[in-house]
Write a protein that binds this ligand. Structure first.
Ligand code: DP6
Length: 354
């Protein structure tokens, strides 16, 4: 059976006329990357990510019932109108209105804030689209247009988040989530995870805090005509299957190999696309070299990369002391942009703040 978001949404039944809710959703770091898509916002390959803890978006939504004509979304980021975000969010909101028909009868005022600095070079679309989707799904529950069990509610939230930004689909779950393995429409929580991954460390080392040289949209598009596309999609799908199994065990050696090769494969796709992009910086390579040397000396640290130059230094908590020494040496060696890094780790997913 094809899963349908629409069937679950019906008319407003509640007599409540206005209210607020606040949701926070974390960012996530993909271990197997979503890179390439099919219409509409469906992944060309399966992906798998760890949910972060500290790097979050907090969305506060005020709503009141209104007529069709008055229905609108007034969106601010950190209290200000931000045209670059607004455009993406308004487009998402317009597309949602066709399915979440109750949105045609409510006026929304939403303010969004991030716990991480805008200049940190971290993509905020995953956490913000997840928080927005959860907030609207919460509203749908409050006004009685949906009546779903928790699991189905989360699937629907994941699916709406996905329409805003693919990677956001994975941010609605704690610890680890896959997308495109169980279903393409929504992400799913990874099951039977070994305790070592439940608080796995992710030190985000900011090598360059500038804006992204390749937007995700362009990156995904470049895969359409990529000479290695079929092989890449097959490799990613295979790796997600392998990683789901690896996450059940405490096997850092295999984990680090898979995760690093996957990160480098993402970058090799960018390097060999037309046009071609090299997003790693000399300092990225210097840190990678240091990570590999440390591992050769028996230290349990490894790296992954997003579509940019920053390093996510991953480690089990038992290696935290060494990881912190490693970060401080990177800082002293002037490998971090203004010494910036974020001390994050795997977390328990979104929360309703009020
Ligand atoms: C490299 O989710 O940002 O971070 O769906 O166009 O919003 P859109 O793309 P986006 O792509 C994320 C790409 C990635 C890998 C990943 O998170 O899986």
């Amino acid at each position: 059976m094809i899963w349908e978001r629409k069937v679950a949404v019906s008319k407003m039944t509640s007599s409540i006329n206005s209210g607020t809710n606040t949701w926070s959703a974390p960012s996530n770091i993909a271990l197997v990357k979503y890179w390439g898509k099919k219409p509409v916002q469906l992944p060309a390959n399966a992906s798998l990510s760890l949910t972060l803890n500290k790097s979050k978006t907090i969305v506060k939504t005020k709503w009141e019932k209104c007529t069709d004509k008055e229905a609108q979304l007034a969106f601010t980021f950190e209290g200000k109108e931000t045209p670059s975000f607004n455009q993406k969010i308004q487009k998402w909101y317009e597309s949602l209105k066709r399915e979440m028909t109750f949105l045609n009868q409510v006026k929304l005022t939403i303010n969004s804030t991030n716990t991480f600095p805008h200049s940190a070079g971290i993509a905020s679309s995953a956490s913000s689209m997840a928080a927005l989707s959860l907030s609207l799904m919460d509203l749908a529950k409050t006004i009685g247009v949906i009546d779903l069990d928790e699991a189905s509610w989360l699937k629907m939230a994941s699916s709406y988040a996905r329409l805003g930004s693919g990677s956001a689909a994975r941010s609605v779950y704690p610890v680890a989530a896959s997308w495109g393995l169980v279903d393409n429409e929504f992400a799913s929580a990874v099951q039977d995870i070994h305790p070592v991954y439940r608080d796995f460390g992710d030190a985000i080392l900011i090598v360059d805090s500038g804006t992204k040289a390749v937007s995700s949209s362009l990156g995904h598009e470049l895969m359409n005509k990529h000479p290695y596309r079929d092989l890449r999609f097959a490799m990613a799908n295979r790796r997600v299957g392998e990683l789901v199994e690896l996450l059940k065990k405490d096997d850092f050696e295999h984990f680090s190999h898979l995760v690093e090769v996957e990160a480098l494969e993402l970058h090799s796709m960018m390097m060999t696309s037309n046009p071609s992009f090299i997003l790693m910086k000399p300092k990225t390579l210097e840190i990678i070299d240091r990570v590999r040397k440390a591992r050769a000396n028996g230290h349990e640290i490894c790296f992954t990369l997003d579509a940019g130059p920053n390093i996510h230094l991953l480690y089990p908590q038992r290696a935290r002391e060494f990881a912190m020494k490693f970060v401080s040496e990177c800082k002293s060696a002037d490998l971090l942009d203004q010494g910036q890094w974020i001390d994050d780790q795997v977390g328990n997913g979104p929360t309703k703040e009020d």
